[in-house]
Design a protein around this ligand. Structure first.
Ligand SMILES: Nc1ncnc2c1ncn2[C@@H]1O[C@H](COP(=O)(O)OP(=O)(O)OP(=O)(O)O)[C@@H](O)[C@H]1O
Ligand SMILES: [Mg+2]
Length: 609
């Protein structure tokens, strides 16, 4: 193969479209320590891509070398690759671009008294005027490979990809200013920012910041910081997901799986969370040289990274969002929309000061009528439920910077209740409450389900769920499948607080149930747990399966729709929600409550104030 062809093939791996050139040139500008970068594009980048920086520049004698393959100033040996802190390390990018486009470099090195321009085609060097820094110009991309050029999309699409490439760099480096021009017009501009939040707000949106919580996990080998979207802000597309490893934007299976599992409990179906997360790790623990475009990495210890990311997000989502920048902002939006919910539903479920009150926990269950009188199926027409026996201690995280919960509990001021004071029940489904912002609407089943679920999980975390033996075992006619599952899962069931044994070939006996669910229908509980277990391989009942089981159990335990609640019961449920982690969503990811502010009500009634 002729050399030129070899270079073109190699270039094809690095440069797929104009945005790939933008990415490589931005990498170089940032490696050179630029504080301001200007990107100029013509015709979606196909005609021209120019990236100008104010970095340290290239010495005259190195200019021609820079275009040679494997010429890099960034590493000197293979060992250096172990600790590489720059975006570039292969000495490949400029050579690749030069093979498939007309390239020229204008640069003035720090301390030099003149600038030089290099023509990539002829190798000619001539003096020019410019300040310290570098401009790389790339014209007529793929001019020599028309087949590739044909694969390009419209200018508008290519431009969008180019802007996305700049955005990804901008999110990694808030202290650097970026501007993008297209066909002579300024299309994006992000000024240098002191704080990451500011850059996220500028380069993504104010809503992104308003609808996300701060992630900060600083201890250990793997540091994770950034922002993770609240479940309510999840979208149908994964277009607001940014993950960086040591400043480099990556798409990685370990990382996306870790994020997914952190949201597992709170996200509905295929909804995609929004996030911008920054992982920092000792460079020797991650291999960045695994993909031509460097978008993939390989961790030496994937588990360590998975756990750090997962816990970082879980902690951030579970923590009460007190005083967080995530407070609702912006113009009021109508509560009722004829169209689908807006992607950024900032109006719907504002961040809330959840302050746990000791007396709140357990009160709700304590009010439930005990059903010790009868076991077995509920004789009444309403669906049976599993009232909790309460008293299990709730765990919660004290909100940072707020009063201790104990101090807060001293106050009996109803105004301090984030979810407000119960007013009424609607259609046997919703609780209506009044708080300082306006009206709160709570789906009582969804809310209670989450409370029960979190409590069961807390218990399971401790060790096994405490189980309560039944005085008289509840027997029931079981299917052969149910009997088989009960036998196969004889070791798993006790960890769930259940004891189910075969009474005969066709009869099962429930001998113990979780203490938390002691007053419910043991047969119905046993049946649904066995059905669930039957679907999982008993030998691999890992935490995931357990959480699903707990979720099933919680659903049984939760108050059903159509049950009339007294005002006191409603208030007790609201107080318990305030004290429960993740109580904004039920375990199926549906929201448990919504706020309808006075401003929204005013807008609804066109009432000016
Ligand atoms: N904007 C710039 N400012 C200063 N030096 C630059 C700039 N762009 C390129 N260089 C110099 O040119 C060399 C070659 O750049 P090139 O992008 O081809 O390789 P690299 O960045 O070293 O590695 P990689 O192929 O992984 O990007 C760099 O090592 C650097 O010395
Ligand atoms: Mg480079």
């Amino acid at each position: 193969m002729p050399d030129e062809l070899i270079s073109q093939i190699a270039a094809g791996e690095v440069v797929e479209r104009p945005a790939s050139v933008v990415r490589e040139l931005l990498d170089n500008a940032l490696d050179a320590g630029a504080s301001q970068v200007t990107v100029r594009l013509a015709s979606g980048g196909v005609r021209l891509i120019s990236v100008e920086d104010d970095g340290l520049g290239i010495p005259r004698e190195e200019l021609t070398v820079a275009l040679r393959r494997h010429a890099t100033s960034k590493i000197a040996s293979l060992d250096d690759l172990e600790t590489v802190g720059t975006m570039g390390f292969r000495g490949e990018a400029l050579a690749a671009i030069n093979a498939i486009a007309e390239l020229s470099i204008l640069s003035r090195f720090t301390g030099a008294d003149s600038a030089f321009a290099l023509d990539g085609r002829t190798g000619e060097l001539r003096p020019v005027a410019r300040s310290v820094g570098t401009t790389v110009e790339v014209r007529e991309l793929f001019f020599a490979t028309p087949a590739r050029r044909k694969f390009l999309k419209t200018d508008a699409t290519e431009l969008a990809h180019c802007i996305e490439a700049v955005r990804r760099h901008a999110l990694a480096r808030p202290e650097v200013g970026f501007s993008v021009w297209h066909d002579g017009k300024l299309v994006e501009q992000w000024r240098a920012a002191d704080a990451r939040e500011q850059r996220l707000a500028d380069a993504l949106s104010d809503d992104f910041v308003a609808n996300s919580v701060a992630v900060e996990r600083l201890g250990g080998v793997v540091r994770v910081v950034g922002r993770a979207g609240i479940p309510d802000a999840a979208r149908s597309r994964g277009d607001q997901q940014f993950f960086y490893v040591n400043g480099r934007f990556v798409r990685d299976k370990v990382l996306s799986h870790a994020v997914r599992s952190a949201y597992e409990d709170v996200l509905h179906g295929q909804r995609q969370p929004i996030y911008a997360l920054y992982l920092e790790i000792d460079p020797s623990r991650v291999d960045v040289n695994v993909h031509p475009t460097k978008i993939e990495v390989r961790f030496r210890d994937g588990r360590e990274v998975h756990q750090a990311v997962r816990h970082a997000i879980e902690d951030a989502l579970a923590a009460p969002r007190a005083g967080d920048a995530a407070a609702p902002s912006g113009a009021p939006q109508p509560f009722f929309k004829e169209t689908a919910l807006p992607e950024s539903a900032s109006w719907s479920q504002p961040a809330m000061n959840f302050v746990a009150r000791e007396r709140g926990a357990g009160d709700f269950e304590a009010m439930w009528p005990r059903r010790t009188d009868e076991l077995g199926h509920a004789p009444d027409s309403t669906p049976s439920h599993w009232p909790l026996t309460g008293a299990a201690p709730m765990t919660f995280r004290a909100p940072v910077g707020l009063e201790e919960p104990a101090a807060a509990s001293a106050s009996t001021d109803e105004e301090a209740w984030p979810l407000g004071r119960a007013l009424a029940q609607l259609q046997g489904i919703y609780i209506l409450a009044e708080n300082t912002q306006g009206l709160v609407v709570v789906d009582m089943h969804a809310a209670h389900e989450r409370i029960v679920y979190e409590r069961l999980k807390t218990q399971l975390d401790g060790a096994a769920i405490t189980s309560q033996p039944l005085l008289i075992p509840a027997t029931f006619a079981a299917t052969p499948q149910e009997v088989a599952t009960a036998e196969a899962c004889a070791e798993v069931l006790p960890t769930l607080g259940l004891e189910i044994t075969a009474f005969s070939a066709r009869t099962l006996a429930v001998r113990a149930v979780p203490g938390t669910l002691a007053d419910g229908d043991p047969v119905e509980l046993a049946r649904s747990v066995l059905a669930e277990l039957g679907q999982h391989d008993a030998s691999t009942v890992v935490q995931r399966a357990q959480n699903e089981l707990l979720s099933t159990m919680a659903c049984h335990g939760a108050v059903r729709a159509n049950r009339k609640l007294t005002i006191d019961e409603m208030n007790a449920l609201l107080r318990q929600m305030e004290a429960t982690e993740r109580s904004d969503q039920c375990n199926h990811g549906r929201p448990t409550w919504r706020q309808l502010s006075i401003r929204e009500l005013d807008t609804l009634f066109m009432r000016g104030r």
